[in-house]
Design a protein around this ligand. Structure first.
Ligand SMILES: Cc1cc2nc3c(=O)[nH]c(=O)nc-3n(C[C@H](O)[C@H](O)[C@H](O)COP(=O)(O)OP(=O)(O)OC[C@H]3O[C@@H](n4cnc5c(N)ncnc54)[C@H](O)[C@@H]3O)c2cc1C
Length: 404
C-alpha cells in the first residue's frame, strides 16, 4: 500500500470503528477505509470486555451514554438475531450490602426509569427466585433487558458484513502515524488522502486527536481489569449477572459475576490503575510512556478523592484474598477453591479532564474540520455502539442533526 486516496478514513477497527463503517454503508457511503494497527480484530477493549449488553441503568439521564445504551442494546440484539449470533437473555440483579447502598439502589432505579430501562425493585423472595445464591440488604434491582454476548462473534460478523458490502476496505497491521499534510494521513504502510477522517483508536484516541491539534486538554489513564472464573463444576451457582451497587460518581461498576453464552462464569473486572495503554501483564505492554502515566496518576492521586479511593482499593485485588472477599460479598455460598484464575484481562482507557482533574464520565465527540474524534469510548460503548454509530454518521457525516 502506498499513497492511497479514500473518501472516509477510519482509524481503529474495534467495535466503534466497525459499527460506524457499517452505518456509513447502510447510509449509502462507499470508498471507506479502516486502518487497524493489529493483524486481527479484537486485540484490545472490544475483544476483552465482559460481553454484557447493558440496559441503560447507571447513566445520568442527560448523557450520551443514557441516550445510546438502551437503544444500542436493542439494535445489537436485533443484529444478533438476524445473523444467528448467540445472545444469552440473562437479565441482571444489583444487590446492596447495607442501608447506604440500598439508598443508592433507589437512586439507580430512578435514573433507570428516566432512561427508559425496564427495571424493578424486588424483595428478597423474588431475588432468591431469580438468583438463589445471592443476597441483598432489603431490596435489589432487577434489569430485564441486560443480556450477554460473545464480543468476538459480533466483531467477526461485522467484518464479514462490511467487507461483503464492497464499500469498505480494512487494512490490517497499518498504524496511523500522523499527518503528512492537510487531509493526508501518514501510516506505517504509506500515505492515505481522505475527505473525512474518523478517529476510533480506543486507547490511542487522544494521541491520534493530538496529531490534528485536538483534545490537548485531556490526558488518558489506563485501568486494568483482571478477571477470574468459577470452576466449571460450580458454574451453576450463578444463573445470570450479579452486580454490586457501584459508586455512581465513578465510571466503574465493581467486580461482578457474569455467566457467558458458553455457560462459564467470570468474576471481575478490577479497575487497577495501569502503567501502559496495553499493559495486560504485570510488565508486558509497558513502554517509555510508563513514567508519564505514573506522573499523571500521582497528580490525580493528590487532587481527586474518587481516584485516590480507587487507587488505594483496587491494586490489592491482584492478591487473591482481596479479590475473593469482594466477590464473596455478593453471594451466599462461595469457597476460595470455587474460584480459579483466568487469562482474561482488559484495559479501560479513561480520559481525564486535566484542568479540572476529573475523570470524564461520558462519551465525548470532537469535530475539527474534516476530522471527527471519538474520545472516551469506555463502557458501555460496546453495548451502545450501533446507536452511537448512527449519531456519528447523522450528526457529523451527513450533517442531519437528528440527534440534537
Ligand atoms: C475489562 C473491560 C470490561 C468491559 N465490559 C463491557 C461490557 O460488559 N459491556 C460494554 O458495553 N462495554 C464494556 N467495556 C467497554 C468496551 O469494551 C469498550 O467501550 C469498547 O470496546 C471500545 O471500543 P473501541 O472500538 O473504542 O476500542 P478498541 O476495541 O480498543 O478499538 C480501537 C482499535 O484501534 C486500534 N488502534 C489504536 N491506535 C491505532 C493507530 N495509531 N493506528 C491504527 N489503529 C489503531 C487498536 O488496535 C484497536 O483495535 C469493557 C471494557 C473493558 C476494558
Amino acid at each position: 500500500m502506498k499513497n492511497l486516496r479514500t473518501n472516509i478514513l477510519i482509524c481503529g477497527g474495534g467495535i466503534v470503528g466497525l459499527t460506524i463503517a457499517m452505518e456509513l454503508v447502510n447510509s449509502g457511503y462507499r470508498d471507506i477505509t479502516i486502518i487497524e494497527k493489529e493483524e486481527t480484530v479484537g486485540q484490545h477493549a472490544s475483544g476483552r470486555n465482559s460481553g454484557v449488553l447493558h440496559a441503560g441503568i447507571y447513566y445520568s439521564p442527560d448523557s450520551l451514554k443514557a441516550k445510546f445504551c438502551l437503544q444500542g442494546n436493542l439494535l445489537m440484539k436485533q443484529y444478533c438475531r438476524e445473523k444467528g449470533i448467540r445472545v444469552f437473555e440473562s437479565g441482571k440483579v444489583i444487590v446492596a450490602q447495607n442501608a447506604e447502598e440500598a439508598a443508592t439502589l433507589k437512586e439507580l432505579y430512578d435514573r433507570a426509569v428516566k432512561n427508559g430501562a425496564r427495571v424493578d425493585l424486588i424483595d428478597e423472595n423474588r431475588l432468591r427466585e431469580i438468583e438463589p445464591n445471592t443476597k441483598s440488604h432489603g431490596m435489589a434491582l432487577y434489569s430485564h433487558d441486560t443480556a450477554v454476548v460473545d464480543p468476538m462473534e459480533i466483531l467477526h460478523s461485522l467484518i464479514d458484513t462490511i467487507t461483503a458490502s464492497k464499500g469498505v476496505t480494512i487494512s490490517w497491521s497499518t498504524s496511523f502515524a500522523g499527518l503528512a499534510g492537510s487531509n493526508v494521513a501518514r501510516t506505517s504502510k504509506g500515505t492515505i488522502a481522505f475527505e473525512k477522517f474518523i478517529n476510533t483508536a480506543g486507547a490511542y484516541c487522544d494521541k491520534v486527536a493530538h496529531a490534528f491539534g485536538v483534545g490537548h486538554e485531556y490526558k488518558l489513564i489506563p485501568f486494568k481489569g483482571i478477571y477470574r472464573k468459577l470452576r466449571k463444576e460450580k458454574a451453576e451457582m450463578v444463573r445470570g449477572n450479579i452486580y454490586p451497587v457501584p459508586n455512581i460518581r465513578n465510571p466503574f461498576l465493581g467486580i461482578h459475576f457474569t455467566k457467558k453464552v458458553n455457560g462459564d462464569v467470570y468474576i471481575g473486572p478490577t479497575a487497577i490503575p495501569a502503567l501502559g495503554r496495553e499493559n495486560y501483564g504485570i510488565v508486558s505492554g509497558m513502554d517509555f510512556e510508563a513514567f508519564d502515566i505514573l506522573a499523571r496518576e500521582a497528580a490525580l492521586f493528590f487532587t481527586n478523592r474518587k481516584f485516590r479511593d480507587v487507587a488505594l482499593a483496587e491494586p490489592r485485588k491482584y492478591v487473591f484474598k482481596y479479590f475473593f472477599d469482594d466477590a464473596k460479598r455478593l453471594v451466599n455460598q462461595l469457597e476460595p477453591s470455587d474460584v480459579v484464575s483466568s487469562n482474561k484481562v482488559g484495559i479501560r482507557p479513561q480520559l481525564v479532564d486535566w484542568k479540572r482533574k476529573e475523570l470524564v464520565m461520558d462519551f465525548l465527540v470532537i469535530e475539527d474540520g474534516a476530522s471527527i474524534h471519538v474520545l472516551n469510548a469506555i463502557s458501555p460503548a460496546f453495548t451502545s455502539s450501533m446507536h452511537f454509530a448512527k449519531y456519528i454518521v447523522q450528526k457529523y457525516v451527513s450533517k442531519q442533526h437528528q440527534f440534537e
